[in-house]
Design a binder for this molecule. Structure first.
Ligand SMILES: [Zn+2]
Length: 641
């Protein structure tokens, strides 16, 4: 590397870091040296980790994730749960993956390697080696730091779930010994499950990545150094603060594109880095334009994107198991060379995975225990972003005359699902993958859209901004979001969240009955003071609308009743009972009735039964005939007993 370029990089690095000083409390500080050995499909690493005990307790053991051990054998919890299949990609039994700690010691102190013990805090599966504990000779006092030196060897599996290799494409994620989170007085360090994402503390990462020189490398954070080594390898150093994970990728067939992105309001200045596989060069503009849309949408709606880089990785063909995954400042998307223009899959995946920089990256909730705080928020944001940039009714598909929106696809998930789980639940305890994704992605997103329609766009937008601004870099929980929503809206929303977050039940309101009966002329003896509907010569109809609650969940409803001659009446119902009858005496008939006529309550699983039109008489006769027949059959069956 030329000296001038090197100096420029250092200057940029210092400038950038000064202008973005300490957005988070730095609990961890990782300095890692990693060397890719392509022939072994492995990474040899050295890690210096400094950990701050930010609690009030003396901590006498440390816990670490060894995520790659999920791919070590067919008895790991991940493989047992997945049966070797992840999103249609299959485990290759010739290419297992694992993470071996060769040495762990206190820096310049005692060797702790012999104290390593595998633990299984979630399911007690003794064959699972994705979490270890290490005993310390002396506890770490509150607010003190400990520095460890770790040597490790990461054997990458053939990629089928997030990280691994395919040929000479490498996606190196969940790859190094990673300390758990000491949270609420104890270690929160869950095993690697099929349906869990992650949880980690914020801090500083400086990682040196050494690869054969023909490899193109992308990694989390800003590249601060680039060195050519004498042995035909190159070393790239990446640095980033205020993140909680680090991933990288390497492949000789990547073509790198770099483009500056800036926005005035709010102020954003970052560099987009696209690593496009050679076979997908025709997809470049689709990726870059959707990435710009993502940065703009999230910055304008939630807060400015604060990092100096964002790297979009396009996995090699047949390595799509690595696609659609998020890491801080780096994510993988997916496409293929003949992707139809009207199918907005690369756009959706790019916007979704970029969006994780917000709800996973900066908010950093405990995704093992409350995945909806990331995936649900992100799906909600993705639906809105896709509508904005690709059309409300065609945001996902606009081809061959077929228009499908992202929103409709999410609704189908919810409509077609069972009632097995609520939204808030430990991720690995959901009934199955369908129930996990339906609840944490689709139902959670529809719940937020329902809340938005209930409170109004302006209030919801203030809730989301306030939540992001107040809780970024602080690991918020569901309760923290509920409190922000109540504070900003000035309303008690307990009734809403208690039902929609913690109950597996469904919401369904319908027009149960609609009829119009001519009121008979008064006959007999009446006092003068008695009200007699239809006493004049004009015809009077008793119009009756019955609204029913078919699901267990309760939501206040608006009802629109339309009469002949165009009269409209709007009613409100708290939705609490099982049914509510509305009666109107009019000189004309009711024409139709609609519960939630504007379809605001998007969690309602059946919109077809929301409306009813008064049926013409001949249909009534047919219905009458059918019911007579049914009764006749009932009598026959009774007689034949
Ligand atoms: Zn996601």
């Amino acid at each position: 590397m030329k000296k001038t370029l090197m100096l420029a990089l250092v200057w940029f690095f210092v400038f950038t870091q000064l202008s973005f000083a300490a957005l988070s409390k730095h609990i961890v500080d990782y300095r890692i040296k990693a060397k890719l050995i392509p022939e072994e499909k492995a990474v040899i690493g050295e890690e210096i980790l400094t950990w701050l005990n930010d609690s009030d307790e003396f901590v006498s053991e440390l816990q670490f994730h060894l995520y790659l051990n999920a791919f070590k054998n067919n008895r790991s919890t991940f493989i047992k749960e997945s049966k070797g299949v992840h999103q249609a990609f299959k485990l290759d039994k010739e290419n297992w993956g694992y993470l071996e700690i060769r040495k762990i010691q206190i820096k310049d102190g005692p060797d702790l390697t012999s104290t390593i013990e595998y633990i299984q805090p979630d399911d007690g599966n003794k064959d699972d080696q994705t979490v270890i504990k290490v005993s310390l000779p002396d506890p770490v006092p509150p607010q003190e730091k400990i520095t460890l030196f770790i040597e490790f060897y990461s054997k990458l599996p053939k990629v089928f779930a997030r990280s691994g290799f395919y040929g000479d494409f490498f996606m190196v994620g969940q790859w190094f010994p990673k300390i758990g989170v000491f949270w609420n007085g104890k270690w929160n360090c869950h095993q690697y499950h099929l349906h869990t994402n992650f949880f980690a503390d914020f801090g500083v990462y400086e990682v040196e990545i050494t690869v054969p020189e023909e490899y193109v490398v992308g990694a989390t954070g800003l590249r601060i150094k680039e060195l050519e080594n004498e042995d035909g390898t190159k070393t790239y150093t990446h640095y980033q603060e205020d993140i909680h994970d680090f991933a990288w990728t390497a492949c000789p067939d990547f073509v790198e594109f770099r483009e500056k992105y800036s926005l005035e309001n709010p102020q954003v200045s970052t560099e987009m880095i696209l690593l496009l596989h050679r076979s997908h060069l025709n997809q470049k503009d689709r990726y870059l334009s959707s990435l710009k849309n993502g940065i703009e949408f999230y910055s304008q709606n939630y807060g400015a994107y604060p990092y100096p880089t964002i790297t979009l990785v396009d996995p090699a063909p047949k390595a799509s198991g690595a696609g659609g995954m998020e890491y801080p400042t780096l994510f993988t998307s997916m496409t293929f060379w003949a992707m139809p223009k009207g199918l907005h899959l690369p756009e959706m995946v790019t916007i979704h995975e970029f969006g994780h920089n917000y709800w996973y990256g900066m908010i950093g909730s405990n995704e093992f225990e409350e995945a909806w705080l990331d995936e649900g928020f992100n799906t909600y944001s993705e639906i809105k972003a896709m509508e904005k940039y690709y059309g409300e009714d065609r945001s996902m598909t606009d081809m061959w005359g077929l228009k499908i929106s992202d929103f409709i696809l999410q609704r189908f998930q919810v409509i077609g699902s069972g009632k097995m789980d609520p939204i808030v639940k430990n991720s690995w305890e959901f009934y199955n993958g369908g129930s996990y994704s339906m609840n944490t992605y689709s139902k959670a997103a529809l719940m937020l859209l329902t809340l938005e329609n209930h409170l109004g766009d302006g209030v919801m937008s203030r809730i989301m901004r306030t939540y992001f601004e107040r809780w970024k870099f602080k690991h918020p929980t569901t309760q923290d979001f509920v409190e922000v929503a109540e504070e900003v809206s000035g309303r008690d929303l307990g009734w809403f969240f208690d039902q929609f977050l913690y109950s597996p039940d469904k919401l369904d309101y319908a027009i149960g009955d609609l009829k119009s009966i001519l009121v008979k002329k008064p006959e007999g003896i009446f006092e003068e003071s008695q009200n007699r509907e239809g006493k004049s010569q004009e015809k009077i109809y008793r119009n009756e609308v019955v609204v029913v609650r078919k699901g267990e969940l309760i939501f206040p409803q608006e009802i629109l009743i339309v009469f002949e001659k165009g009269e409209e009446i709007w009613e409100k119902w708290d939705g609490k009972g099982r049914w509510r009858r509305f009666v109107y005496f009019k000189p004309y008939k009711v024409k139709s009735a609609h519960v939630d006529p504007e379809y605001k309550v998007v969690l309602d699983v059946n919109f077809i039964n929301n409306s009813r039109i008064l049926k013409p008489k001949k249909i009534s006769i047919l219905k009458y005939a059918l019911s007579l027949m049914f009764n006749f059959q009932s009598i026959l069956s009774f007689v034949s007993l």
